[in-house]
Each structure stands twice: as C-alpha cells, then as structure tokens.
Design a protein around this ligand. Structure first.
Ligand code: UD1
Ligand code: CA
Length: 506
C-alpha cells in the first residue's frame, strides 16, 4: 500500500495526449532566491518534479519543458529527474503563447511535429495538480470535441489572474487583469493556465497571436478567442479545488501549498490505515510509503524514499530520511538517514543513525548511540551511550554501555568485526582494524587492539591496587577522611555480626 496521493492508473490509450508542455521559463523574482523558483521544494520534491510527474502520469507521447531563466540549473535538475523530458529554449519574445510555440518548434525540429491529437499545457509551479484532474481535463476536452478546454476555478479574490469571459454558458475568451475593463475585473472565474488543445487548432491560432496588449507579450490565452472566431468550440472544466491550480510565487505561498500538500498526504495515509496522532506536527513527503496499522506520533517527519512496514510505531519527535523500517519496529526520538531497521527492532530514544546503518531483526540501538556504516545481526543490542562506525556485528551479541569503535586513525577508516553471542563490558574501545571472535567477552574499560579469539575474555586494564589509608594520611580533616574513618569504625562493630564488611570485600 502506498500513501502517494499521486498514485494513479494509466489512462486509456484513446485519451493519451500527443504532448504535454510544462512552462518553466519564468523568472520567479518574488521568491527572492538564487535558486530558480521551480526548484524550490515541498513535500520532498521540487515544484517542477511535482508538475512533471503529474504530466508523465498522462503517458504522453512527448513531455516537453520550456526553459529560459537560469537555464543551466533548471535543465540539469529536470534531466536528473527524468532524462526523457525534451527541453525547449524560449527566445526573447515574452509570453506564454511564445513559450508554447517554442515547445512545438522543438518537437518539429526533432521530426515529431504535434500535428494531431491533444496537446496539454501546464505550469512548472502548480505542485498540487493531480494526474486525476489533468486526466479529467483531457477526457472532457476529447468528449466535447473542443479546440481548447481550459481548466478554471472561482476565486473570492481573482486579482492578478486572467478572467474567463462567457456568453451565457459558453466560454468566448480570456482577458488578462492588465487588459481587463472594470466589469471584466468583477468576473470571479479565473484561468488556471492549464489547458488541453487540439494540436492543429493550437498551431494555427498561435500564428495569429500578436504582442498587441498591455504587457507586450504573446498571450497563450488569445488562442481561445481566435479558435472561437474561426467557428471552433471552446470549453472549460471548472474545478472546486483551487489548491490544484494554485501556483507558488513567493515563499509565503510555497509554505501554504506545502502545508496543504502535507495535509492531503496525511489524510490519504489515515484513510489507508495509518494512525496519525497529530497531523499538525507530522510531515510526510509524498514519496514516502506507509504500511497498514503503522502509528506516527507527534513531531514525526518522514522524508525521501522512507518506507515504514506494518505495525511500526514512529515518534514522537523523530526525523527519518530514506529509511526502511521493518514490521513492528519502534523508533523513538531518533534522527536517521539512509538506515535499514529490521522488524521487531527498537531504536531510541535519542539515537543518531547515519547512512549505512543496518539493524537486523529484533535488534536494538538504544539511547545516545551514534551509528554509521554498521551491520548489526539479528537480536544484537547496542543499548546505551556509544559509537559504532565501519563495523559488522554478528547475531545475539550484547555491546556494553559506552562502547566505541575507534575507526579512524587520523588518516584512514578501518573496520571492526565482532562475532555472534559476544558480550562486551562497559567502556570497551575497539581500535580498528580489529576482530572479536564468536562468544568472546571483554572486561570493563578494555582497549581492544588485537584479535580476541572465540570464547576468550579480553582484559587490557592494569590490575587494581588500593593504597590503604591514603585519604586519612594525605587529606586529614577532610569530609572524605571523616567519612572513611566513620565507615571503618562501623566495620569494627559489625565484625562481631554476620553482615559483610569492607574487609570482607577485599
Ligand atoms: C498566466 C495567464 C493568466 C492565468 C495565469 C495563471 C497568460 C497570458 N496569462 O498569467 O490568464 O490566470 O497564468 O497563473 O497566459 N512562462 C513562460 N514563458 C513566458 C511567460 C511565462 O514559460 O514567457 C511560464 C512561467 O514560468 C509560469 C507560467 O508560464 O510557469 C505562467 O506565467 P506567469 O507570468 O506566472 O503568469 P501570467 O502570464 O501572469
Ligand atoms: Ca506574466
């Protein structure tokens, strides 16, 4: 089961568009960022990745992105996400109409001109748009035999948007805010900027689009009135879900869209069988997978390719990125990246799991443990206060409190190999490279520098020597000396009884 709110069944082949064009040439100056606007992310993916994956779900013959502003960065990002996206450069002529023209020219230049079928146009900055709604637009467009079908919505405050002009029920055109008269500005139905076009009608109409308007741009919106003037039908699909057509122009809108996306992801997850105690403090990327009967406690953040299996409990206050969690595992107050947690395991509280941590079934990584590049076998436990890096630990071994793998000699990293059923005492230091055989033990404070054979007890601390009466001799009159004298006097008295005395303990 997946909670991916974009999970989608492939549409029927008769609705398969010839091309989907994603407009991404704009500057996005209001983001106030050195990073191009569409590369800002929410829900674990950049805006353009959200747009491209919604577009890809329509299974078009061609997927084209139009770029211009910060071309190198945007191009590299898109290609890394999906190398099969065709990139079209927009020239100096501004406007959405010109952007689409450039996309069609790029297609023609590679010998696959979009002469027939449906061409969908969408934006690189509408991250909540779902494949379902896009597909509905295409289906409506094809069912009505329209030259253009535009996706619209009604807003209480339509300012800034192009307004949809109707004559009765029929759509007759779109007028931009800057070109609209007072009565047109009162129209609350707005152009989302997302359309399905009949390919031939689009190409024909674009030839007639001029830059004769308030912004001196080639408006894609003019295609609607041009198609209608040539006797073709123009339609609209009105959505009630304004979030799906909302773009992010600044960081305030980006945050609002991110919160809404998260709310939707969590709703989908809850409906699919995940318990979420506090959706307001729980953040789940749209790329995360959750099993049935998992529980997310407050303050949980799940990112990237994280996968949680059934019955696992995560949180409170845990951040997992690219982590795989097995069935029934419990992760408490943990920060983990690139780790694999076996089923039935227990992690935390206050554990720091770095990439390459693999914890076997029924294992434990306890409080204040840091791990990195370590494989821990089934049933083994690293319970408290330590560091395990570049190590392999067998099955059912118990690593004592405060154990450290000294994996770095100042120049190179080395491995520690610990066998199965090993028991190490508190404060053992493994000076890597070093190996500990199956069933071996270490003494408290041992600094293990060389091989410990199976079944051996490794001791490296010098035998203890007590200098009797040292405190009373060297620190006469101190509280410690007084306490020591009192204890010795009590011992004398008790010598006549059965209770053990300090003398017995020697
Ligand atoms: C456009 C529509 C408007 C609609 C609004 C919805 C036109 C003329 N107007 O407004 O009716 O309500 O979108 O958001 O189409 N872009 C390019 N190249 C360009 C210009 C824009 O690729 O030359 C891209 C931008 O990167 C962006 C999208 O097109 O993704 C929309 O551009 P933007 O300037 O935000 O919208 P408007 O043109 O103001
Ligand atoms: Ca504009």
């Amino acid at each position: 089961m997946t909670n991916d709110c974009r999970s989608f069944h492939v549409p029927d082949t008769d609705v398969r568009p010839t091309a989907v064009i994603v407009l991404a040439a704009g500057a996005g100056t209001r983001m106030k960022s050195r990073t191009p606007k569409i590369l800002h992310s929410l829900g674990g993916r950049s805006m353009i990745e959200h747009s491209l994956s919604a577009a890809r779900a329509l299974d078009p013959q061609h997927l084209i992105a139009v770029v211009r502003h910060q071309r190198e960065k945007v191009t590299a990002h898109i290609t890394a996400h999906d190398p099969s996206v065709l990139l079209a450069d927009q020239d100096d002529v501004p406007g959405t109409g010109r952007a689409v023209e450039c996309a069609l020219e790029a297609l023609a230049a590679q010998g696959t001109a979009a002469e027939s079928g449906t061409v969908v146009v969408t934006y690189g900055d509408v991250p909540l748009l779902t494949p379902e709604l896009l597909s509905e637009l295409v289906a409506e467009h094809q069912a009505t035999g329209s030259a253009v079908t535009v996706l619209t919505t009604e807003l209480d405050d339509p300012s800034g948007y192009g307004r949809v002009l109707r004559s009765g029920d029929e759509v007759v055109g779109i007028v931009e805010q800057k070109d609209a008269d007072e009565s047109q500005r009162l129209v609350r139905e707005i152009n989302s900027g997302i359309y399905a076009f009949e390919a031939a009608a689009l190409t024909e109409a674009l030839k007639k689009v001029s830059t004769d308007n308030a912004q001196g741009e080639k408006y894609l919106t003019d295609v609607l009135s041009i198609a209608r003037a040539s006797g073709r039908r123009v339609s609209a699909l009105v959505t009630q879900d304004r979030w799906q057509v909302e773009g992010a122009n600044d960081r305030v809108q980006l945050q609002a869209l991110g919160a809404e996306l998260n709310r939707r992801t969590i709703l989908t997850a809850m409906r699919a069988g995940t318990t979420v105690i506090d959706p307001a403090t729980t953040w789940v990327d749209s790329t995360v997978t959750l099993g049935e009967d998992t529980t997310l406690l407050p303050g949980t953040q799940l990112h990237g390719s994280t996968q949680i299996s059934r019955d696992a409990v995560i949180g409170p206050d845990s951040t997992l990125r690219d982590v795989t969690v097995g069935e029934g595992a419990q992760i408490t107050r943990t920060h983990a990246t690139g780790a694999t947690i076996g089923s039935g395991s227990v992690v935390g509280p206050f554990s720091y799991l770095r990439p390459g941590t693999v914890l076997g079934e029924d294992g434990k990584i306890g409080a204040f443990y840091e791990t990195k590049n370590v494989t821990v076998g089934r049933g083994s436990k690293l319970s408290h206060l330590g560091y395990a890096g570049d190590a392999t630990i067998g099955e059912y071994s118990n690593i004592g409190c405060g154990n450290i793998t000294a994996n770095y000699d100042g120049e190179n990293k080395h491995r520690t190999v610990i066998g199965s059923h090993v028991r190490t005492s508190s404060n053992t230091v493994f000076v890597a490279p070093v190996e500990i055989g199956d069933g071996a033990y270490t003494g408290a404070g041992a600094v293990v520098r060389k091989y410990v054979p199976p079944g051996a007890l490794a001791l490296s601390v010098a035998p203890q020597r007590n200098a009797d009466g040292w405190v009373q001799a060297k620190r006469p009159g101190s509280a410690a000396a007084d306490a020591a004298s009192a204890a010795q006097a009590a011992d004398q008295t008790r010598n006549h009884e059965d209770a053990p005395t300090a003398t017995d303990r020697k």
